[in-house]
Design a protein around this ligand. Sequence first.
Ligand SMILES: Nc1ncnc2c1ncn2[C@@H]1O[C@H](COP(=O)(O)OP(=O)(O)OP(=O)(O)O)[C@@H](O)[C@H]1O
Length: 267
Amino acid sequence: MTQARQDDDSPAIRVQGLTTRFGPKVIHQDLDFEVRRGEVMGLVGGSGAGKSVLMRTIVGLNRKAAGRIEVLGRDVDRLSDGERQRLRGRWGVLFQDGALFSSLTVLQNVEVPLRAHRQLDRRLQRELAEIKIALSGLPADAAHKRPSELSGGMRKRAGLARALALDPELLFLDEPTAGLDPIGAAEFDRLIGDLQRALGLTVVMVTHDLDSLYAVCDRISVLIDKRVRVGTLEELERDPHPWIQEYFLGPRGRAAAAAASRQRQEA
Ligand SMILES: Nc1ncnc2c1ncn2[C@@H]1O[C@H](COP(=O)(O)OP(=O)(O)OP(=O)(O)O)[C@@H](O)[C@H]1O
């Protein structure tokens, strides 16, 4: 089987037997996690369950104690420096706070990954950055503002533009709607859904936002007891684990399900 074919057939992410810890504190224990190509996978769990750490471990920002991680068909432990750099160019990450450089304008922030991974002349680099800024739903004049001059929602969009800079196949979003008002959050969910379909992205989305889960996720992984339970919303609603029952079938879960059903009927 050729490398290209292996790439095509493999899941976007395959994590097997993952253990992570900080000192004596074990965060994940023998955890398996798989994301199919082209799906939107929600990642939920109680506060401190290890959602962000899982995402950061997959993208190589956190060291694992044991286990195997494959991203886009490549075992991340078996890459040369050059291959690792190329693989990193195939995913984009939107961190919780946007993680923008405060001293740079939005345009300059979006140009950072282009400068690091592509050798383009300045004009093309700028044009590509402008396209990503427009794609993220920001007005053109936002390009020349610094992050501190933007609203929270606009900063998220700027972070998204930067995550999309290299035309990634895989997009990681860490609590993309946290801190947004409900209307802003719903708009952001729609944007993620539209981009996912238009660009054929695979998306992994850490979230506490039940509305987002109902609006955009194909499947959901729940981090419980240091491992993952995965399923569609319907499948998880049948899982008897008390945390899952409370989360999906408690008052907020039922309200989100009702809102999603109303939206489907209106569409
Ligand atoms: N760099 C670190 N050093 C030590 N402990 C850490 C570090 N990063 C995370 N942790 C711990 O790992 C655990 C999981 O953290 P993580 O941020 O993944 O939780 P989470 O599920 O994303 O929570 P939340 O929903 O509150 O953001 C927490 O107990 C946290 O304190």
